[in-house]
Design a protein around this ligand. Sequence first.
Ligand code: ATP
Ligand code: MG
Length: 409
Amino acid sequence: MIDRILVRYGDLTLKGRNKKSFINICLQRIRERVPEGKVKYIKSHNRLYIILNGEDPDAVIRALDTVPGLAGYARVIRCEKSIDSIVAASGKLLNRFKKPRTMKVETKRTDKSFPLTSQEISIKVASLVLSHHENLSADVHHPDITLNVEVRKDDAYVYVDFTQGLRGFPVGTMGKGITLLSGGIDSPVAAYLAMVKGIETDLLHFESTPLTSIESSQKVIDLAKKLSAYGIKRSIRLHMVPFVELHQTLLEMVPEPYHITIMRRMMMRIAERFAEQDHTPVLINGESIGQVASQTLDSMKVAEAVTSLPVLRPLAVMEKNDISAIARKIGTYKISVRPFEDCCAIYVPSSPVTHPRNYYAERYERLFDYEPLIETAIANIKTLTLSPESDIQLDVAGLTVREALETGE
Ligand code: ATP
Ligand code: MG
């Protein structure tokens, strides 16, 4: 039966002299999910073989689905290098296709002493396989299924197609970022896309309990748990910033159309200072141009004016439907659509400014002394290190997140 998984690395094979270290980190990320013990790892050129030794191939594949940097993987049957064995192994792989499909065979022959050429092997295997499977037919140009045969020095490998991996780069190879995580649909997707590009990201959430409900903070914890599946050692750090005082003060002091603008600038200031303490060079958020009134280019400019760090916006030009499709794939969508709103959604001004200006933002910020509020918020950040299995329930109504976390300690 299936005895190994063949793994192909993605773009990282293009990384020239860094290739070796990229591959090693990728392997490390895989080992964190599928520990060596029963399974064994064999490295070979741009590939990796995971020898299953009886482990469930589907469980291994599910783990690989959370590792950026992989182009794809296939379930492999190893057999004797004879046409009969290859055909028998192919039959086992093809049995699961019950509906009519087209197929072709592709052969690679590293053992040049094998009596048939690659093409001859393909033709022979195809004709025998097709004669045994009446729902399969040949199509060498656009087949539904490609059956791969590799004739090697000591044995042969047979596998059907590749499951596409996440591609991108292994998490951690592109440095660190901090993602501003709300309870919405977008920012978890932004964090995920940054991770797929190799960025190790922490999550920063501004919570305004009891102005907002504790359930909205629970959402953020549950979202972070989903994202942790892709993180280094299947974990992620979520920093909860107590934002309520600053939030309440700005709601009182700032003219309504500028509420969101000033709130964003306060978030940026806190995020920047936190990032500097943490030696993190970039911020990431879930803004998408034009999605809501506050996500105009002018708003982005005015929010970003208070930080010297680059702000990555992986979703800037994406369509909402495409963002939601990714959210569904990574399991965050259902959590994000729970009905509890975070600070941005709950106090939306009736006519937010869509083209804010720095001049006014600065003027309104002079109306109150925000500096000590920022200091206090940063000093009271609570950090949680989460994994997919973490069990944190903030189910104590009426408490702030801080109090709820402390009662659970
Ligand atoms: P999302 O679906 O991510 O909430 P959104 O479309 O609702 O995004 P906004 O509410 O305008 O957009 O927020 C824009 C971005 O600001 C978010 O994607 C997120 O990165 C950040 N953000 C908003 N609220 C918070 C919060 N309470 N804590 C941390 N970051 C936040
Ligand atoms: Mg939101």
